[in-house]
Design a protein. Structure first.
Length: 230
């Protein structure tokens, strides 16, 4: 079974935006998890405002697979075919040259064609949205994934947590509060989540104060209402 870790920098009230996270510390801790897959939500990448493929020179060659490349594989959940910045992503130094889009049977065929033109692999799982359990199984089978770091906002975190697919939660708690009425938290409901039925029990495994009065909290997921992490 793939081991899944949700890692977020948060305000003291659990917000994932509306403050300046310590990005260096965020990725220092993230790198220590030894993940072979980074899983990102489409809204997270869209919020980063990356350059559109048409404006990037290069980046359309087939991926170069280096067996000694220890960088993680970037995997993006994108059933609606909204990511159009694959060339920029491939030029970033953080991930392997090969990348994967997770799609569903509702993903527009034209988008799958564009992915093929850009040499981006894709996995189809689920009818409307991506079936994340099936997708993780496929990532393990096809790419040998063992440890997945979820670098995303509260929506994708929430779907994964409620599906019982997350083993650990890692939070870098920053000394600030944000306005939770308009900004998003690290664990959000989606349209299918019943109100009040989505509690997740956690067991604290690490508590460290880091530079800048940031506190690192690491938890095992004990159980959710819909499944239990192992
Ligand atoms: N502070 C931090 O550590 C941190 C880290 C990352 C991001 N962020 C911030 O978080 C914000 C984005 O968070 P967000 O919550 O809006 O977006 P998000 O976490 O990126 O979640 C959106 C993703 O969830 C997928 N999804 C939604 N419902 C689903 C379902 N029922 N089944 C399967 N997949 C489902 C969507 O898939 P489809 O595309 O297929 O619809 C999409 O890929 C941004 O502001 C970003 O900067 C903060």
């Amino acid at each position: 079974m793939v081991h899944v870790i949700v890692h977020n920098s948060v305000s003291a009230d659990g917000g994932v935006e509306g403050f300046e996270p310590d990005i260096g510390l965020h990725y220092e801790i993230a790198g220590g998890f030894g993940a072979d897959v980074h899983l990102a939500g489409s809204d997270t990448l869209l919020a980063a405002g990356m350059t559109a493929d048409d404006e990037v020179v290069g980046g359309v060659e087939p991926p170069h697979d280096d067996p000694d490349d220890a960088r993680p594989l970037l995997v993006v959940v994108d059933s609606r075919g909204r990511i159009d910045s694959w060339a920029s992503l491939r030029q970033a130094p953080h991930w392997r040259d090969r990348m994967v889009a997770l799609c569903s049977r509702a993903t527009p065929a034209g988008y799958l064609d564009r992915l093929a033109e850009r040499h981006i692999d894709h996995i189809v799982a689920g009818d409307r949205r991506v079936d994340l359990s099936e997708a993780l199984t496929e990532l393990e089978r096809i790419y040998g994934a063992t440890r997945v770091l979820v670098d995303s906002g509260g929506t994708l975190n929430g779907v994964l947590l409620r599906a019982g697919l997350v083993n650990e939660v890692s939070l870098l708690v920053h000394p600030c509060l944000v306005d939770g009425r308009q900004l998003t938290s690290m664990f959000r409901p989606d349209e299918s989540a019943a109100r009040g039925a989505n509690g997740i029990a956690l067991r604290l495994t690490t508590m460290q104060q880091r530079a800048g009065a940031v506190v690192w909290l690491r938890y095992d997921v004990v159980a959710s209402t819909t499944g239990a992490a192992s």
